[in-house]
Design a protein around this ligand. Structure first.
Ligand code: ADP
Length: 596
């Protein structure tokens, strides 16, 4: 920034400049008129003295001796502080500055300009160097009245120039002495005036700075002069407006931030160089470590070249419209990605990426498809069988009673199976609805086990299976579950353990708690479940082929129902298999539920 002089300095310099020039002109004019005045004064004064000396000469004359006249003029000159000469024709009759005896030696004074002037009839006047006195003198001469028989006589008075000059000098000094306090006084006044201005400016600067730093409540209430009022009002209005706008912006920012943080869609905001600026929490469901890649390229966070290429195209100004793509991600995730291009305040291209996780939607669609396919298959097979046997019984009934009963048994078994499938589907739909509030969930694990063991007794006895229940730990807490739901889980797991166990084996049942959750275990000595099937057994209608032990009896819905119910309570069901590593057999189903 170029160096700019302060207002204070300018006011002082200009003020003083104008004052000094004004005073100098005034001084010059005044001292010129003073010179004239002094000269006139001197002239008047000398003329009066000339007349006085003339009168005194006439009064005291005629002198007996020329020497007496010389003495008289000498004493008169001494009392007046001037030189007095009396010149007659070419001769000097008397001169106060010379001894009487030297008078004859003096030159012809009639040619002196002042004497010549006086002889010409005027008041003779001259300023020159006196050879007699060797100094600058002012002369003034006057012709005396003519006397018969006498040459023209001139009376001359002279005073040293320095005497007049000294007088004028004294006047000038007096003038200067008046000017200096004037300059000083005006300087002080100018300084005070400029200080008022600069103090006002400093006050405004400070207020503007405070407002700029966020103190929007700052107002200028006092200002040093009326001229500052419009500026003060403008700054106050500006602060008020900024405060209002900032409030609006902050509210909007808060709302946008809440939306950004609370959105179910994952959002990635890129800066002008195409690097990640912000990510919202929902994005971590799709890209778990995205927040670690702030300031890096989207490729690093997503590991998807497709995304990076699309971002690069849009950042290069490829499109001004949002572009949507279905993208397949690792770990069976899929998402719909929308890249929204926009321009920032400097018109530079930027983009925001919005990811809508469609994995669950896809999974639900797939499950629904499978469900419909499986359900129709599950119902069509027994239905075809029922219809076939019923038609046979109607159209061509077998002659033997036993055969007819056998057909009817098959019809009944299929109907039972169908009602099981339908009941299972209902139970599943019910479990998926959830609905109970956590504080209503309180089920006794001991009671559920006791109930389920009673239900299973008959089936276990039929296969000669021992149900071995480990002693329940003292003070086993209740589970945060609905008693019916808990019983349904326990019933299902115990039923499966018995169903898939070879006759004569043991099913081991145990319960425990770590204070946070209650765990129930159902261990059997059945064929076990392969690692591939361990996840799939919890899907609807899934049935491992080699476990198809009871033909029409199972629907493949039991474990799906167990898992749904358990998850509704915030718990989980899973299987560990094999139990016996040597033989590779046996499964253990574990259900864990939160403590009530
Ligand atoms: P369902 O028993 O009606 O077939 P489930 O959902 O209860 O349906 O079980 C799904 C599949 O899981 C069963 O078909 C079976 O193949 C397997 N399974 C369940 N429990 C056991 C178990 N204890 N031992 C071995 N396999 C089992």
């Amino acid at each position: 920034m170029p160096r700019v002089q302060s207002i204070q300095m300018r006011v002082l310099l200009w003020g003083w400049g104008v004052l000094i020039v004004g005073l100098a002109v005034a001084f010059w004019r005044y001292s010129a008129s003073l010179d004239d005045e002094t000269a006139r004064d001197f002239e008047r004064d000398t003329l009066t003295r000339l007349v006085t000396v003339q009168w005194l000469l006439e009064r005291n004359g005629p002198f007996k001796e020329p020497r007496d006249r010389q003495d008289f003029l000498h004493s008169l000159a001494a009392s007046m502080g001037m030189r007095i000469s009396l010149i007659q024709g070419a001769k000097v009759l008397a001169d106060s500055s010379r001894p009487f005896d030297d008078l004859d030696k003096m030159d012809d004074h009639s040619t002196r300009p002042e004497v010549a002037g006086a002889l010409g009839g005027e008041l003779g006047q001259a300023t020159r160097h006196s050879i007699t006195l060797d100094r600058d003198m002012i002369y003034m001469a006057r012709k005396l009245p003519d006397k018969p028989g006498q040459a023209e006589t001139v009376l001359r008075l002279a005073a040293p120039v320095s005497q007049v000059r000294m007088h004028m000098q004294r006047m000038r000094w007096a003038l200067l002495a008046a000017v200096i306090p004037l300059l000083l006084g005006s300087g002080i006044l100018l300084y005070l005036l400029s200080r008022t201005i600069t103090a006002g400016i400093a006050q405004f600067t400070e207020a503007a700075q405070a407002i700029g730093e966020g103190d929007y409540r700052r107002r200028i209430l006092f200002y040093p002069a009326a001229e500052f009022q419009p500026l003060a009002e403008a700054i106050n209005r500006m602060a008020k407006k900024i405060k209002k706008n900032v409030k609006v912006i902050e509210n909007q920012r808060g709302e946008l931030w809440a939306m950004f943080e609370g959105m179910t869609e994952g959002v990635m905001v890129l800066d002008t160089s195409g690097h990640i600026l912000h990510v919202n929490p929902a994005l971590s469901a799709i890209f778990p470590r995205a927040h670690e890649f702030i300031g890096r390229a989207p490729l690093e966070a997503t590991m998807s070249l497709e995304i990076q290429n699309l971002v690069d195209t849009l950042m290069a100004g490829g499109s001004t419209e949002p572009v949507s793509r279905q993208i397949e991600l690792k770990n069976r995730h899929c998402a719909e990605m929308t890249v929204v291009p926009f321009r920032d305040h400097k018109f530079r291209p930027r983009v925001i990426l919005v990811f809508h996780d469609t994995s669950e939607q896809k999974r639900v669609e797939r499950v629904l498809r499978d469900f419909v396919a499986n359900a129709s298959h599950q119902l069509r097979t027994p239905l075809t069988s029922i219809r076939g046997y019923a038609e046979t019984l109607l159209d061509a009934p077998p002659a033997e009673e036993a055969k007819r009963r056998e057909f009817l048994d098959i019809i009944r078994a299929n109907a039972v199976h169908m009602s099981k499938v339908i009941a299972g589907m209902f139970a599943l739909a019910k479990s998926e609805r959830g609905g109970k509030r956590p504080k209503d969930l309180d089920a006794s694990v001991a009671q559920a086990l006791e109930h389920a063991l009673m239900n299973a007794t008959f089936a276990a006895q039929e296969k000669n299976i021992t149900l071995e229940v480990e002693e329940l730990p003292a003070g086993l807490p209740n589970a945060a579950a609905d008693p019916d739901g808990l019983l349904q889980i326990v019933d299902n797991l115990l039923d499966n353990a018995i169903k898939y166990s070879p006759p004569g084996t043991t099913v081991h049942i145990a319960a425990a708690s770590d204070g946070q959750s209650v765990t129930l275990r159902f261990r059997d000595q059945g064929p076990g479940i392969g690692p591939e099937d361990q996840k799939r057994v919890f899907e609807r209608f899934f049935r491992a082929d080699n476990n198809d032990v009871d033909g029409a009896g199972s629907a493949g819905l039991g474990l799906a129902i167990c898992r749904h119910i358990a998850r509704n309570y915030g718990g989980e069901v899973w299987v560990e298999s094999p139990v016996d590593q040597d033989s590779g057999s046996g499964s253990e189903f574990i259900v864990r539920l939160p403590v009530a």
